[in-house]
Design a protein around this ligand. Structure first.
Ligand SMILES: NC(=O)CC[C@H](N)C(=O)O
Length: 374
């Protein structure tokens, strides 16, 4: 039996649909993702903590869910909005339907929504707080609830999802992804890398291993001294949820590492690196989420199609004299990458590990390996 559900936005817009996944109520920032596949990687990416994800592609759930495609240890998004939910998964890797998967993870979804209208609305009026509820409250009461919910700015969510203990990671990408022979993993690791876990995606670790790293993952609040005491060949700054400027002490810690060891940052890691250099970050109107964002590598002139998931960005002007902008987004001109050659440090706002998305930017992991090889 399908239950009626409502999606209410803080600006007063409401949508009616049917509940799927866990029944109940959830509050989060309503954002949209334009990727056509990979909804399970999206849902389990810890960068989506506190967010309700709208998939702009209309048919979602077709390939069900399976354990290998999880990027984090559970569903981290707090809600999901889709147009047409497929109840009959058709894929040899599927273990359960998307509906069952969300139920088991305790996350609420709403289907039957005009996601084209919703996405256009968010694009025009900006990402905003919203509520999904199947508890029979009036849409007006739900709008009130969305209005009084706290937004993303100033929220340190990374510290909460970071690992509590350090651990070592040595597994290359699973065969299902490398079976085409495109990746040759060195027999022996060549580099010891410390990875700061701000809410990392598993694929990043696999890709580091693929280029010859033995990775030690450490909690977000690990001091620079502790990291340097491990004598790593390089430090990796991972992705993560929330406002980069709110991650406690991270900018000072990274500032203390820059110049002492090669550094590579992705997404939240990139934003934290910019802050560590003295730059600024700001909240975007609706962010970039999807697998089709064009980015130009200014160092080679090449354009790559990239996977992205971010709601904050680095302020270009704030980097003047502090770092070189190496990549820009061709849709809106925002900063997509920076480098500090003297410090052997670089970072990108987008996701070279894709998952989901195109693999055009995989070369960046090799770039990091080359930097460490000296
Ligand atoms: N994927 C990420 O690391 C996201 C970074 C940050 N939370 C943002 O929204 O911009």
């Amino acid at each position: 039996m399908t239950k009626r559900a409502v999606l209410a936005l803080a600006d007063g817009t409401t949508f009616e649909g049917r509940a799927f996944g866990a029944v109940g109520e959830t509050v989060g920032e309503v954002v949209f993702n334009t990727t056509m596949y990979g909804y399970q990687e999206v849902l389990t990416d810890p960068s989506y903590v506190g967010q309700i994800v709208t998939m702009s592609y209309p048919e979602i759930g077709n390939v069900g869910a399976n354990p290998e495609d999880e990027e984090g240890s559970r569903v981290h998004a707090v809600g999901m909005v889709v147009r047409a939910l497929s109840e009959q998964p058709s894929n040899w890797r599927a273990k359960e339907s998307l509906d069952a998967y969300l139920k088991r993870n305790g996350v609420a979804g709403i289907e039957g929504i005009d996601t084209r209208r919703l996405v256009r609305h968010l694009r025009t009026h900006g990402a905003q707080m919203g509520v999904i509820s199947s508890e029979g409250l009036s849409p007006l009461a739900l709008v009130e609830r969305a209005r009084s919910a706290r937004g993303m700015e100033g929220l340190d969510l990374a510290t909460g999802v970071s690992t509590k203990e350090a651990y070592t990671f040595t597994q290359p990408s699973p065969d299902v992804f490398t079976g085409l022979g495109e990746v040759r993993v060195p027999a022996e690791p060549r580099f010891d890398v410390v990875a700061y876990d701000y809410g990392l995606k598993k694929s990043m670790l696999h890709f580091l291993v693929d280029v010859g790293c033995r990775v030690t993952v450490v909690p977000a609040n690990t001091s620079a001294e502790e990291v340097l005491a491990r004598k790593p060949n390089g430090v990796f700054l991972a992705n993560g949820p929330g406002d980069p400027a709110a991650v406690k002490g991270a900018d000072r810690t990274v500032a203390a590492l820059l110049g002492k060891v090669p550094v590579f940052g992705i997404c939240l890691g990139h934003q934290i690196m910019a802050l560590a250099l003295g730059g600024r970050t700001y909240k975007m109107k609706f962010g970039h989420r999807g697998g089709n964002q064009p980015v130009k590598d200014l160092t080679t002139g090449k354009v790559e199609i990239t996977a992205q998931n971010h709601g904050f960005a680095v302020d270009d002007a704030s980097l003047k004299g502090l770092a070189v902008v190496t990549h820009i987004n061709l849709n809106d001109g925002t900063v997509e990458g920076l480098a500090v050659p003297d410090a052997r440090a670089f970072s990108v706002q987008y996701h070279p590990e894709a998952s989901p998305g195109p693999h055009d930017a995989r070369y960046l992991f090799d770039r990091f390996a080359k930097l460490m090889a000296g």
